[in-house]
Design a protein around this ligand. Structure first.
Ligand code: PHB
Length: 394
């Protein structure tokens, strides 16, 4: 199979799918190449918090029908210090902004349905993707699908294939700088058939370790526990998970989590990572292919949406007005937002987790910072402004 398109997209996650849709709305053709099956990408449990600007982007793109019905709008978050919960009123602190809890795989399902309804091309189960020619004028994506070799010739390649994808490592080492930080802990996460612990997301700093109580609906809770990076899931039967969740989430007033059947469990490593620049020749990186944040700031999916918003506009200016300035500033524009989110995610991670090597001094600094954000209006406002997401430049 040989085809030609304007934009060859590697990866059918939120970044690749939304980019393809936004380009379609501008009359620009794209083809997505995805290694996994449709069923796999639609069931991958990931993050679940959408910033106000992400919700607005999905609405402007006509993708919010189910999001409006099923998304849970949260006007605040809870920060629990040992056994005491404090509420940060996001809406009041930010002059009316909120976040929406809606699982990433729901965004992916909505995007796939819409792309297919619009006759968009998504090649699922296209394995061994490789990219070539992006340093010159004739980029190509090659792959194997159903036993046959495939090739897509395109004007530009969008590398939306995640942290472990092939696009970023295809850039010559001398042309890219990688910033990386790995944290000495991970998250053990479950989905449970149980009502959420509270109406709002709860972040817990506890001497036993960080915990997080979120949700996917009124019937499904999403819960996380800080654990060791090499933690063995087999050592965590449901009873032990619930015991630990109760120990970390219980308040002095006796509030805790509601138990239910564990539908899914997994361990997520925690890292901060940025590749600079996010463009090399005719290759653009977007989403996790270019940067990773630890999930404590709930920024991952939002950064992917922000990147492709900038990229779709840059490509539209190129095709419609023959302008290259937005293509040339793509990396710089994205990285400004990326580094703000990197800082915020690192800050939330550092404030809320137990660092195994930390001494009493570090622990007291952390407690002081926590007390500050829940008691100072200005500190709370700064956290809230970052949490709901900074506005888009244009
Ligand atoms: C989630 O609901 O999955 C979630 C919420 C907040 C976070 C991370 C994940 O910071």
């Amino acid at each position: 199979m040989r085809e030609r398109t304007q934009i060859g997209i590697v990866g059918a996650g939120p970044a690749g799918l939304l980019l393809s849709h936004l380009l379609h709305q501008q009359g620009i053709h794209s083809i997505i190449v995805e290694a996994r099956s449709r069923a796999y990408v639609e069931s991958r449990v990931r993050a679940g918090v959408l910033e106000q600007g992400s919700v607005d982007t999905l609405r402007e793109a006509g993708l919010d029908a189910r999001l409006r019905r099923e998304g849970l709008v949260h006007a605040g978050i809870q920060i629990q210090i040992e056994q005491e919960r404090h509420r940060l009123d996001l809406m009041e602190l930010t002059g009316g902004k909120a976040i929406t809890v809606y699982g990433q795989q729901e965004v992916v399902k909505d995007l796939i349905a819409r792309r297919l309804a619009d006759e968009g091309a998504i090649l699922f189960e296209a394995e061994h993707a490789a990219i070539r020619g992006f340093e010159g004028e004739a980029p190509r994506i090659t792959f194997t699908r159903a036993g046959a070799e495939g090739e897509i010739a395109c004007d530009f390649i969008a590398g939306c294939d995640g942290f472990h994808g092939v696009c970023r490592p295809s850039i010559p080492e001398s042309a890219i700088i990688l910033y990386d930080r790995i944290y000495p802990f991970a998250w053990l996460g479950i989905l449970a058939k149980a009502p959420p612990a509270s109406e709002e997301v709860i972040y817990v700093n506890h001497s036993r370790g960080f915990a997080l109580a979120s949700m996917r609906s009124q019937e499904v809770a999403r819960l996380h526990l800080q654990c060791r990076p090499d933690e063995d899931l087999a050592e965590w039967p449901a009873a032990r998970i619930w015991e630990e969740l109760h120990a970390r989430l219980r308040t002095a007033d006796g509030d805790t989590v509601h138990e239910g059947a564990v539908l899914e469990k997994g361990i997520t490593g925690m890292r901060s990572f940025v590749a600079e620049p996010m463009r090399h020749g005719r290759l653009f990186l977007a989403g996790d292919a270019a940067h990773i944040v630890p999930p404590t700031g709930a920024k991952g999916m939002n950064l992917a949406i922000a990147d492709v918003r900038v990229l779709s506009r840059a490509l539209a200016a190129h095709y419609r007005e023959n302008r290259s300035d937005l293509i040339d500033t793509y990396s710089q524009t994205c990285l400004k937002r990326v580094w703000r989110a990197e800082h915020f995610s690192w800050f939330m991670t550092a404030m809320l987790h137990n660092f195994p090597s930390e001494d009493g001094f570090g622990r007291r600094l952390q407690r002081s910072q926590l007390d500050y954000v829940v008691s100072s209006r200005e500190a709370g406002r700064s956290l809230a402004e970052n949490y709901v997401g900074l506005p888009f430049a244009a």
